[in-house]
Design a protein around this ligand. Sequence first.
Ligand SMILES: C[S@@+](CC[C@H](N)C(=O)[O-])C[C@H]1O[C@@H](n2cnc3c(N)ncnc32)[C@H](O)[C@@H]1O
Length: 215
Amino acid sequence: MQTQSLWEHTVTFFPQFLAALKERVSPDGTVAVIGAADGRLVLPLAAAGYRVIAFERDPFALHGGKVSVSGEVNAHALGLIDRLKLEELYDRVQVVEEDFLDAQPLDMLCDAVWTSCSWHYSTNHHRPLAEFVARMQLLVRANGLFGAEFMMPVEPRHHLIEHYTSPEKLSRHFSSAWSVLLTLRTGEFTERAHLGQPQDHTHRMGLLLAARTPR
Ligand SMILES: C[S@@+](CC[C@H](N)C(=O)[O-])C[C@H]1O[C@@H](n2cnc3c(N)ncnc32)[C@H](O)[C@@H]1O
C-alpha cells in the first residue's frame, strides 16, 4: 500500500545525494538517516534496497497522530513505523527512537549518512553544530558518503544561530580525512505551509556531500 509523508511537497536535494550514493555504495549498503521524520526520504532508500538506520526523537513523527488542517484537528497522520509496515519495508529499517545527540554509538560503521534539515531544530541549539556534524561523521566508514541538506539564514535571528549555516561554513568542519564532493545552495524561495509552519514561508537551503578518504 502506498502512503504519503507530511513533508512530501517540500524542497529537497535528496536526488543529488541518491545519485552520489548509487555511484559509491553497493545497492545493499547501510545508510544512517538522522532526523528521519515520517520517512519521506527513508522509504525511498529502503525501497531502493539499502538497509537504513533511522534516528528520530519525535514520537509524533514515529507513531503518527492527529494533525490540524486549517486550524482544525481533522486528520490522522501516519508515523514512520506504520508507513514502513504498510509499504512492507519495515524489515529493512532499524528505527532508533532517540535524540541523535544522546544516542549510543552504533556497533558498526555505515556506508553513508544523510540528514535533511534537522540540526536547525531548536532542540539542538544548546549543543554546538560541530558536535552534530562530528557525530554524523563518526558513523561513516572509509570511502563512505556524508550528505546533509540544511537551512541557511533568512531572518535576522537566524544569523545569531550557528545551526543555520552555509556550505562554506560547514566545509570547515571537514578535515583532511574528508573530500568535499559537492556543495549547492538555493536562493530564497517560498515553501508552502507544512507541519509546524502553518503559513507559507521563506527558506534558503544548502547541500554538502563529502566522502571519507581511505585510512
Ligand atoms: C524537517 S524534518 C525532516 C523533514 C525532511 N525534510 C523530509 O523531507 O523528510 C527534521 C526532523 O529531524 C528531527 N530531529 C531534529 N533534531 C534531532 C535530533 N537531535 N535527534 C533526532 N531527530 C532530530 C525532527 O524531530 C524532525 O522530525
